[in-house]
Design a binder for this molecule. Structure first.
Ligand code: NZQ
Ligand code: ZN
Length: 391
């Protein structure tokens, strides 16, 4: 194993009725900016419950609403202005990854001497941030328990990420994770969440770390649980137990637990997907469903070894009289079938996109780096070959 640091300061309140803990948490703060999206929290009734708690606790609060999926830099800037003008000391994000990520970017942008775009371009690392609380309504990104945040700069069609795993700056101080708030998540977003959670584990499963047995076994369990739970949940969206399983898997998939054990993982599918959603504004989970099997086939032909584990340990592929590559490809075929049966898109044809600028997409995936990915290091020509196959 490589040496690693595992730091996670987020206090998670997990389970039914945990919203009550907001009363206690609010005692630490005076002025709150409530951040939310396009209205799902109003139709579910959660908004009213939160406002009541804010009023009972006698808090000054403002609202920043209308955060879009693939959240935009413009909204972050709007939030930074509100925070600095009103001396806000708690960003309270209620929603999915887009809302939480917006709150994180505001939390660091509001007190940094650098412009938020420069932080997102990783020219400078944020050292400090305002306090962040989250109330999760969609299981997918793990943003409720990690320091990462992904924001779209629509002016330049770029999707940029920030967040340092070794400082407090963008970790939520607390997250309230009640699976009942995710019961209203529609089928398509639930599928996207399942794909995103599995992808986070896959990104960390494909690595070159020696003696990674613990990380690999945790990863395989998480993937198997999601492969078993996902299709049942899609047919039974109101099922609390399945929503509960998905919520805890979402947090565990991307909260640092397996990150260190896998020497930080590969992450090239996410880099390529971020290019797709930056340019075409498609949902993150859909982009991952399209790109991941293509990346897998490409990499398995270079080195099938880890894909053999994937095939045998996750899909019980029989290895008798087969080459490593045949076993690997059979595992990938199983994963493709799983995604297809789940209802995830398999190609960019799904969006009727027939023209594309491949060099521009490659540039946005690579973002100035020589290579991306660690299991197989991809140069721009590799990325180009993979991205050409998504259309
Ligand atoms: O805006 P509202 O009305 O709330 O509707 C949202 C939105 O339209 C809806 N929704 C959320 N909770 C709901 C609900 N609808 C009904 N009932 C509920 N309980 O779902 C839609 C999608 O929400 P969004 O927050 O965009 O989804 P998700 O959580 O999948 O977040 C995706 C974003 O996170 C980034 C992605 O790139 C993308 O921008 N990621 C963030 C990561 C991180 N911070 O660690 C890692 C990920 O890999 C990912 O890149
Ligand atoms: Zn993701």
């Amino acid at each position: 194993m490589e040496n690693f640091i595992w730091y996670n300061p987020t206090k998670m309140y997990f389970g039914k009725g945990e919203l009550n803990k907001l009363h206690d948490e609010l005692k630490n703060y005076q002025k709150v900016l409530l951040v939310y999206g396009g209205g799902s929290i109003k139709s579910s009734g959660l908004y009213n419950q939160i406002i009541e708690i804010l009023k009972t606790e006698n808090k000054f609060y403002l609202e920043l609403y209308g955060v879009e999926p693939n959240p935009k830099l413009k909204k972050v800037r709007e939030g930074i202005k509100l925070v600095t003008k009103n001396n806000i000391d708690l960003l309270l994000a209620v929603g999915g990854g887009s809302t939480i990520d917006t709150a994180k970017a505001i939390a660091v942008g509001a007190i940094s001497k650098h412009d938020i775009l420069d932080l997102l371009l990783n020219k400078y690392q944020p050292e400090k941030g305002l306090a962040i609380g989250t109330i999760l309504t969609l299981s997918a990104t793990g943003s409720e328990m990690n320091p990462r945040c992904v924001i779209s700069d629509s002016d330049n069609d770029l999707k940029l990420g920030l967040g340092n795993w070794n400082t407090d700056a963008t970790f939520p101080n607390f997250s309230i994770c009640d699976p009942s708030y995710t019961i209203t998540v529609p089928k398509n977003q639930t599928i996207n969440g399942i794909v995103d959670i599995i992808s986070h584990v896959l990104e960390q499963y494909f690595h070159r770390n020696e003696n990674s047995i613990l990380g690999d076994k945790i990863s395989e369990s998480l993937i198997k649980i999601m492969i078993e739970t996902g299709p049942r949940l899609i047919k039974d969206l109101d099922n609390y137990s399945l929503r509960e399983t998905m919520m805890i898997c979402g947090a565990m998939a991307w909260n640092g637990m397996i990150r260190g054990l896998s020497n930080n993982g590969d992450w090239s599918c996410h880099a390529m997907e971020h290019a797709l959603s930056a340019v075409y504004d498609i949902p993150h989970g859909e982009g991952l469903a399209i790109i991941t099997p293509i990346w897998m086939e490409y990499c398995a032909r270079i080195d099938p070894s880890k894909f053999v584990n994937f095939a045998t340990n996750i899909f019980n592929v029989n290895t008798e009289n087969k080459t490593e590559l045949e076993v690997a490809l059979e595992g990938i075929e199983n994963y493709k079938n799983f995604l297809y049966e789940l209802g995830a898109p398999t190609s960019m044809k799904h969006y009727q996109i027939d023209t594309y600028d491949i060099d521009q997409l490659v540039e946005k995936a690579i973002l100035g780096r020589e290579t991306i990915g660690k299991y197989i290091s991809l140069r721009s020509e590799d990325v180009k070959t993979i991205l050409n196959k998504v259309f």
